[in-house]
Design a protein around this ligand. Structure first.
Ligand code: GLU
Length: 290
């Protein structure tokens, strides 16, 4: 039987902190325990936020921690054709539509609709898409595209859910509310998620699902902040005919005030800690791994 495959998939949009170290080391430990392979993937599709110096820092910090990964590393920005092919499959299934509202327009529509009652939010707290992209006529859509308007390509969630029927995933870790075992997926909680934009031919959801399948990842070890996103990932896997990996979501490392660490959190940054005399062994202890 092929060995299990694990991956650590940071985005080079800031310096790594203790939370990343925890996630990366859990992947290392799982790969070691199971005789599995460990891949590193650079999730750099957001060109406005990702920078080459952060990518270099990822390699340096992980090597300092004593982590070894297989090469070549998959950099998402080099594989846009793979994501485009997946998007085209969803388009061919009639599950994708153009939405032309800007972020400001969406905020205005939500405010308008919230006069009487709260507008529904996704698990990350963002309002569900309130626009009319799905009901635009073909002529109107063609006219807007022709006029050069920016747009997002959104998943028609209701139709996609009907197509995919009941979904669940195998949770080996734990969700924020203790969910484990076979967890029912609820992608509808996310509304009509964005799959790509006119200027960015993919999205986090689409590229992560495509890459995990292409790279044969069998167990996804990542933070609980992505637990609910797994519902969308399961749906896309089913629609695209991709295998279902197991998931192991881990609790997040928090700062003293109980907040999730951010990439600008100096005192918990791996670099800061290293400069202050931390060792790879002390980092393991700090994240509770020894
Ligand atoms: N690139 C994502 C991040 O840095 C992680 C994606 C994943 O593990 O699925 O938060």
């Amino acid at each position: 039987m092929a060995p299990p495959v694990f991956r650590f998939a940071p985005s080079p949009n800031g310096l790594l902190h203790l939370g990343h170290a925890y996630s990366a080391l859990l992947n290392v430990d799982r790969a070691r325990e199971t005789g599995g392979r460990l891949l590193l993937r650079i999730e750099d599709i957001d060109v406005t936020r990702c920078r080459p110096e952060y990518e270099t820092a990822i390699y340096e910090d992980l090597a300092w921690l004593g982590i070894a990964w297989e090469t070549p590393v998959r950099r998402q920005s080099e594989h846009l054709a793979d994501y485009h092919a997946a998007l085209e499959k969803l388009v061919a299934l009639g599950l994708v539509y153009h939405a032309f509202e800007s972020r400001a327009e969406i905020a205005r529509l939500v405010a308008e609709r919230e006069v009487d009652a709260a507008w529904p939010r996704d698990p990350d707290g963002a309002p569900l898409y309130p626009g009319n992209g799905k009901s635009l006529s073909a002529d109107e859509r063609a006219r807007l595209i022709q006029s050069g308007m920016p747009y997002a390509l959104r998943l028609d969630m209701a139709t996609a859910c009907r197509r995919a029927a009941t979904l669940a995933w195998h949770e080996l870790g734990e969700g924020p509310d203790g969910e484990c075992g076979m967890v029912p997926a609820r992608p509808e909680a996310w509304g009509d998620v964005i799959l790509a934009r006119k200027e960015t031919p993919t999205s986090y959801h689409l590229s992560v699902v495509v890459d995990d399948a292409l790279q044969g990842v069998s167990e996804i070890v990542r933070g609980q902040d992505l637990f609910h996103a797994t519902s969308v990932h399961r749906l896309l896997q089913v629609l695209l005919g991709l295998p279902a990996p197991a998931y192991r979501h881990h609790p997040l490392i928090r700062d003293d005030g109980g907040r999730k660490l951010s990439k600008s959190t100096g005192s918990t940054g791996l670099r800061e800690l290293r400069n202050a005399g931390a060792t790879p062994a002390s980092i393991r202890r700090l994240v509770g791994l020894d």
